[in-house]
Design a protein around this ligand. Sequence first.
Ligand SMILES: Nc1ncnc2c1ncn2[C@@H]1O[C@H](COP(=O)(O)OP(=O)(O)O)[C@@H](O)[C@H]1O
Ligand SMILES: [Mg+2]
Length: 241
Amino acid sequence: MIVIENVSKSFKTKKVLEQVSLTVRRGEVIGLLGENGAGKTTLLRMLSTVLAPTEGTITVAGFDTVRQQLEVRRRIGILFGGETGLYNRLTARENIYYFGQLYEIPRARLDENVSRLVHYFGLDAFLDKRVGEFSKGMRQKVAIARSIIHDPDIILLDEPTSGLDVTSAFGMRNLIGDMKTRGKTIVFSSHIMEEVKKLCDRVVMIHHGKVKFDGPLEPLFAEREMEDLEHIFMNMIGEDK
Ligand SMILES: Nc1ncnc2c1ncn2[C@@H]1O[C@H](COP(=O)(O)OP(=O)(O)O)[C@@H](O)[C@H]1O
Ligand SMILES: [Mg+2]
């Protein structure tokens, strides 16, 4: 579903990612773990076609992220943490529809998807209010609804719970769980170990631009005789004290 082959990325002379290779199968949920500056966002931006690799290739659903950007974009939903990119002066409904129209989704299907998502997120009562008046958690709900309005098979989430309050973060984790149940392929970055432990089939640990670990968590816990993913992580990157 996603194949990353020997990908390196530099910004001018700064090497951010080095020789990253990774395969994500259909229906898998992958957690990208790593410290700030490890290169997680850069990797997700390359998957989403926004950045091109300096070296190597990435294919998403069989399409090259550099040469076939449009094909890739049709098949992915992306949510980048921090800025939601919503239009404050538009209502939640207008924001979501605007995006849906960009994807050229037929009106009937768009109506259907919107009502399903709005119901799911409990946004019904807020649909015709301007998002500028929303709380951070509400904005995040609108942003995620908007990013999956075309019902993509592949979902990329960059620190989806960062900055959310407990309730909203819980809701976001439930959503990821539900999407997993619906067979979606999900790659999300996080530095919250518990979240990764709970949701992922596999974790990929990135440190200083390199993949330090790629695999399921259970054997990792068994092998190291450790319960605590945080310790395992520190141990893995060689900074365990
Ligand atoms: N557009 C850019 N120009 C220069 N350096 C960048 C750019 N984007 C990211 N970086 C650098 O790349 C490194 C990895 O960043 P990032 O992918 O955001 O890490 P993470 O998401 O894991 O915190 C950081 O050192 C960051 O400063
Ligand atoms: Mg980041």
